[in-house]
Write a new protein. Sequence first.
Length: 147
Amino acid sequence: MGTTKMVSLLNHSLNVTTKDGRTFVGQLLAFDGHMNLVLSDCLEYRHIRKQNNPSNSVYEEKRMLGLVILRGEFIVSLSVQGPPPMDPSMRGGLLNGPGVARPAGRGIPLGQAPVGLAGPIRGIGFSAPPPPAGFGRGAPPPGFRPV
């Protein structure tokens, strides 16, 4: 399926069948070049056969998954189940949760580095060793007789 066709399917409700026979129904939020799909409010349908039942009755098991990322390698078929929601507030697919968006604190104040990671302090401890001598300067090494 072409990229332009997939772009037109964004926010549509899709029916996706995988190699193992499962069917996923959800709203398409995103896709990529490998045909990996992101579906919101996703439902999974599985067809299950009873092994010990002689009539081989097949029943369908349904479960709500929520937000799902499907790997494109396992997708067999894709069909449109319905149009995108008309309400603009529902177009995002996901509802905002309670709380404030800020980074999680890890117990370290942002203003200073921990004691062990702070750099050396001037005037405390030994002085720095002298820099190594460069090439072409100074006396020859011990045991070396100049020509």
